[in-house]
Design a binder for this molecule. Structure first.
Ligand code: NDP
Length: 270
């Protein structure tokens, strides 16, 4: 039986074994997918050990995506640019790394949520690893403008330097934002601490759609705030999680699972 796993620290909360288990059952693929908690100082050794023991593929999650980027022998172009790797497989004795987070977000926005990105004014909040992974697929969809706002402005400016050649991208401080935007994507980890990035309320208008990359069994603080400001629609990141997993499954198995029933099951469990 082929063996896959997600590696992170902590890993107990991960939904990836369940998602890939559902994909395997749906497609009739004979595989096992587990969760491995790698130690903070032994991540690289554990990845190599996994593949030496005959493992077929790994997903990588917090806090190891940048270290996975350093570790692999070869990277797909979108992972190279993202600076983070969340999917690894072995090919002719080499470890190959890819990043499926960005395409997962875009697939969820367009395919599941029916959002339009073309010609839209998009605000991306945050400039960490997750945002780095989404800028290329977002800009590929030809938005009118993408503004990256971050608490530490220099990090947003760095992203503009890296991705600015792909489309209309600019950096901003929170207080300098002028709205409303058509779509706001929260890629900060503020919600994890129950906090809110201090955005001016003017970023939200009656037609603004809001996507928080975080998800949970309750509405995220960011989405609650956006709804209270009158946003047209709020969405969480559960669909992104399922779609990035589907893209990884495709890379490993050459099959695209139907994500809708899997997302519905996960949503029901939340
Ligand atoms: P990073 O640690 O790399 O980046 C965190 C970002 O959040 C930085 O821009 C940081 O700003 C900002 N931030 C943190 N706290 C605050 C605050 N209180 N106010 C304002 N800004 C804040 O994290 P990641 O990029 O890896 O992850 C970001 C989020 O995306 C997480 O919630 C994660 O769960 C989610 N995610 C969801 C996925 C999905 O499949 N749904 C996939 C990947 C990530 P500064 O630079 O100033 O420190």
């Amino acid at each position: 039986m082929d063996v896959y796993a997600v590696m992170g620290n902590p890993i107990g909360h991960s939904k990836s074994p369940r998602i890939h288990g559902l994909f395997a059952a749906q497609t009739g693929e004979n595989l096992r997918y587990t969760a491995i908690e790698a130690s903070l100082d032994g991540f690289e050794t554990e990845v190599r050990h996994f593949f030496q023991e005959g493992g077929n593929g790994l997903n990588i999650t917090v806090p190891f995506k940048e270290r996975a980027w350093q570790l692999v022998d070869r990277k797909q172009p979108r992972a190279e640019l993202a600076g983070a790797v969340n999917t690894i497989w072995s090919l002719n004795g080499e470890l190959v790394g890819d990043n499926t987070d960005g395409i997962g977000l875009v697939q969820d926005l367009i395919g599941n949520q029916g959002c339009m990105l073309r010609e839209q004014r998009i605000l991306v909040v945050g400039a960490g690893g997750a945002v780095r992974g989404i800028l290329e697929p977002l800009l590929e969809r030809k938005p009118a403008e993408v503004t990256v706002a971050n608490r530490t402005l220099a990090k947003a400016e760095q992203l503009v330097e890296l991705f600015g050649h792909l489309g209309p991208l600019r950096a901003s401080r929170f207080e300098d934002l002028d709205g409303p935007y058509d779509l706001i994507i929260n890629g900060t980890s503020a919600s994890l601490a129950g906090e809110l990035p201090p955005l001016p309320t003017s970023v939200i208008g009656p037609h603004t759609q809001v996507y928080d990359m975080m998800y949970g069994n309750q509405e995220t603080p960011f989405n609650r705030w956006a709804r209270e400001q009158g946003a047209a629609k709020v969405m969480d990141g559960l669909g992104m999680l399922v779609e990035q997993a589907a893209e990884a499954f495709f890379l490993w198995r050459g099959l695209r699972p139907d994500t809708a029933p899997v997302l519905a099951q996960l949503r029901q469990r939340l």
